[in-house]
Design a protein around this ligand. Structure first.
Ligand SMILES: [Zn+2]
Length: 201
């Protein structure tokens, strides 16, 4: 038996909640990506621990504060609980890009923190994002890179997607978090009847 928990790392904006150019600053600005919270619940039910790693430069830019961020995450947890799901922890980078920290994705600092906290080998950890920056963070940390075509990735054309796969060759592409969950659960249980692999890759 492998005692290390089965872990999935998710970006937040564009993956769980609809991306907003001006940041989700208050709970009422949260809009769930359709099917995303159910996908987390399905992963939980199969024994996967779900952790969020999110860049929140709006803090560093003074657009919202920690209390607001905590309120947004309390709202996220409440909506998730209503679907029978949970996120174990939210890791976030509060820095603006010009602060050049080592936690803002594409830097792998948050993933290294997660690996330390959970005692996992990141090579076995799927990491889901909606930007090249997320995939590069996954690559730098040694995680398995997954792109969902929600959030910022929704506006990428075929050429841009091909370019991303060129830059981060192991990227798997999925329509959304539900399709990612289908794919992961199918790989974990290849003989179980389900809706089949949801990915495009
Ligand atoms: Zn940071």
């Amino acid at each position: 038996m492998n005692s290390a928990p089965r872990l999935v790392i998710l970006g937040r904006d564009g993956i769980l909640n609809v991306y907003r150019e001006d940041h989700v600053k208050e709970p009422h600005e949260w809009r769930t990506v359709p099917g995303a919270l159910e996908a987390v619940a399905r992963l939980n039910q199969d024994g996967w621990h779900v952790v969020v790693a999110t860049n929140q430069a709006g803090i560093g830019r003074g657009m919202f504060d920690m209390a607001s961020l905590n309120a947004v995450h309390a709202q996220m947890m409440k909506l998730l609980a209503a679907q029978g799901g949970r996120v174990d922890a939210v890791f976030f980078c509060p820095h603006a890009p010009e602060e050049h920290c080592d936690c803002r994705k594409p830097q792998p600092g948050m993933m290294h923190d997660i690996a330390r906290r959970y005692g996992v080998d990141l090579r076995r950890v799927p990491m889901v994002g909606d930007t090249l920056r997320d995939l590069q963070a996954a690559q730098a940390a040694g995680c398995e890179p997954h792109l969902v075509l929600t959030g910022r990735a929704a506006r990428l054309d075929e050429v841009q997607l091909a370019r991303i796969v060129e830059l981060v060759p192991d990227t798997r592409i999925h329509a959304d978090l539900g399709a990612f969950a289908d794919d992961l659960l199918h790989r974990a249980h290849p003989d179980a009847p389900d809706s089949g692999p949801g990915g495009l890759a």
